[in-house]
Ligand binder design. Structure first.
Ligand SMILES: *Cc1c(COP(=O)(O)O)cnc(C)c1O
Length: 341
């Protein structure tokens, strides 16, 4: 396969149309066969369920080239599981998990000329999503759905090294107790847009949300889970039913325990105790880990010992080990790396 003529090193995180996308429709109570198409446009009713009542869920994962020249994905089975759970919560017919993985492989293979070469730091971002497509005006679930996957090459998340960021404690809430915080749905992002625009205006990189019921515990940021390292070197991971179950976070917890021999505490984490921690990071598919240097709580600055210049040592080790596993430099646990070609 001949790679496209793309300036891989200078790609950002934005949409670039690629050659093929996967489409599968749900109609009359069943998913059809599904397949690839060249058409990037969607035509649907002006009254489609997704447009009126936001009935849509999504996933995000990456394909990349390993040192030995294979194109691989990282734990797509967990994306299949999570999309399944997200769909059930919004009364959508779940997309079959084995079909999901086949579709991911099919669409990546069809766009292999867009998968960035090894060493570029860039990846092919994969966006599976589904939405209610038939007219819905009385409030109820749609009867027809479309599942799609498009891909787009994206640049290295950190250009010139990972600089720690400053986040602030938001006055807005992300997800209600017993709400939809634990599913990957556009609705959780729509409500975060105002909060992030305001945070950026105030000079902060991200918002960290507290639990809405008591506003004393750390939940997560708009699109990433939070990790801390305490003074004893333990990895401390906030636990709550309204946090999105990040695949990166779950993988880092495994790496901490099984590769680095760290003690991991998954528990409720109070804002009050954060000043005792030594390191902080945000985790998600896009960056793996973004180091946090400072949390601003209404003017009170909580500065981590790791500072504003580089990742803390434990977070760095976690980052190096997980990216080493992803890139094939370090042996992966069974089933983590799925070869596309
Ligand atoms: C997608 C997402 C994450 C990160 O999940 P990964 O599976 O690690 O990419 C974290 N928080 C929210 C709210 C998300 O939507």
């Amino acid at each position: 396969m001949e790679k496209k003529n793309i300036d891989w090193a200078n790609l950002g995180f934005s949409y670039m149309e690629t050659d093929k996308r996967y489409v599968c429709n749900y109609k009359d109570g069943a998913w059809e066969e599904g397949g690839l198409t060249d058409d990037p446009m969607i035509t649907m009713s002006e009254c489609a369920g997704v447009l009126q009542y936001a009935q849509t869920v999504f996933e995000g994962l990456k394909a990349y080239t390993t040192e030995d020249g294979h194109i691989v994905c990282f734990r797509p089975d967990l994306n299949a599981d999570r999309l399944y759970d997200s769909a059930l919560r919004l009364e959508m017919p779940p997309f079959p998990k084995d079909k999901f993985i086949e579709a991911v492989k099919m669409v990546v293979k069809a766009n292999d000329a867009y998968v960035p070469p090894f060493g570029s730091g860039a990846t092919l971002y994969i966006r599976p999503y589904m939405f209610g497509s038939n007219p819905v005006i009385g409030v109820k679930p749609a009867d027809e759905y479309q599942f799609r996957i498009f891909t787009t090459p994206v640049g290295p998340y950190f250009k010139g090294g990972a600089k720690p960021i400053t986040i602030r404690v938001s006055d807005f809430d992300r997800a209600a107790p017993r709400g939809t915080g634990n599913i990957k749905a556009g609705l959780n992002y729509a409500m975060s847009l105002h909060a992030i625009v305001e945070a950026h205006k105030a000079g902060f990189d991200e918002n960290v949300y507290l639990d809405p019921a008591t506003r004393t515990k750390i939940e997560e940021t708009g699109g990433a889970n939070v990790l801390f390292v305490d003074a004893d070197g333990n990895l401390v991971v906030p636990k709550s039913d309204s946090i999105l179950p990040s695949i990166t976070r779950r993988s880092l917890v495994y790496v901490a325990q099984h590769y680095l021999g760290l003690n991991v505490e998954e528990r409720e984490v109070y804002l009050d105790e954060v000043e005792n921690f030594k390191e902080c990071g945000l985790c998600g598919t896009a960056a793996v880990i973004s180091p946090v240097g400072k949390i601003n709580d209404h003017g009170r600055e909580i500065c981590f010992a790791s500072g504003m210049e580089k990742m803390g040592p434990t977070i760095q080790k976690l980052y190096d080990t997980l990216t080493g596993i992803q890139m094939g430099r370090i042996e992966a646990p069974e089933g983590w790396i799925v070869t596309v070609e």
